[in-house]
Design a protein around this ligand. Structure first.
Ligand SMILES: Nc1nc(O)c(N)c(N[C@@H]2O[C@H](COP(=O)(O)O)[C@@H](O)[C@H]2O)n1
Length: 163
C-alpha cells in the first residue's frame, strides 16, 4: 500500500489539506475564509450566528463558535454533515494550485492526524474514522476523472473516419 500522508499541523507536508489552512472560496454570494468557517456556519439556522462564524478571525474561533450550543444546530445535522463537508472541499479544490497539490498525492491514503477528533480525524489512538481524509480522497478521484474526461474531449480523434 502507498505510504499514507498525515496532515494536521501547519508544519506538516500537505498542511494545505487541513480545513484550517487559509484557502477560502465563494459560496452563497459570500467569501468564506476557510473550509472550517463554512462548515461550522452551516450547522445553524440563526443568521446572526452564521454571520458571526463567517467573520471569525481564525478557523479556531470559527470552530469554537460552531461547537457552542448557545444556538441550536439543525435537526438533520448528523445526516447532512458529511455532504456539507464534501461540498466545501469541492469548492476549496476548485483552486488550480490546490488541485495540482491534491493530484500530486497520487493514490496515497490521506489521514487527518488530529489527536482531538475520532470522527473527522484518527484521534489520539490512531483508530478514528478519518472521514475528512476519506472525503479528500473522493474529491481527488473526482478531480482526476474530470481532468481525464477534459483531456479526452480536447484530444484529436485519431480514428475518425475521413469519409
Ligand atoms: N483544533 C483543530 N485544529 C486543526 O488544525 C484542525 N484541522 C481541526 N479539525 C477540524 O475540526 C472540525 C471539527 O468539526 P466538528 O464541529 O467536531 O464536527 C473539522 O473540520 C476538523 O477537520 N481541529
Amino acid at each position: 500500500m502507498a505510504k499514507p500522508i498525515h496532515f494536521f499541523a501547519k508544519t506538516d507536508a500537505y498542511h494545505q489539506l487541513s480545513n484550517f489552512a487559509p484557502f477560502g472560496f465563494e459560496e452563497g454570494g459570500l467569501r468564506w475564509p476557510t473550509v472550517e468557517h463554512y462548515f461550522q456556519a452551516q450547522k445553524f439556522i440563526d443568521l446572526g450566528h452564521r454571520e458571526r462564524i463567517l467573520k471569525a478571525h481564525s478557523p479556531q474561533q470559527a470552530k469554537t463558535l460552531g461547537q457552542s450550543r448557545a444556538f441550536p444546530i439543525r435537526d438533520d445535522w448528523d445526516q447532512i454533515k458529511d455532504a456539507v463537508m464534501k461540498h466545501a472541499l469541492l469548492k476549496k479544490f476548485e483552486d488550480p494550485t490546490l488541485r495540482l497539490l491534491l493530484l500530486e498525492t497520487k493514490s496515497r491514503p490521506l489521514i487527518e492526524n488530529s489527536p482531538y477528533d475520532r470522527y473527522w480525524g484518527i484521534g489520539r489512538d490512531g483508530k478514528g474514522k478519518n472521514v475528512l481524509g476519506r472525503l479528500l480522497a473522493e474529491v481527488r478521484t473526482e478531480i482526476r476523472n474530470a481532468d481525464q474526461a477534459n483531456t479526452r474531449e480536447s484530444a484529436p480523434a485519431t480514428h475518425a473516419r475521413k469519409f
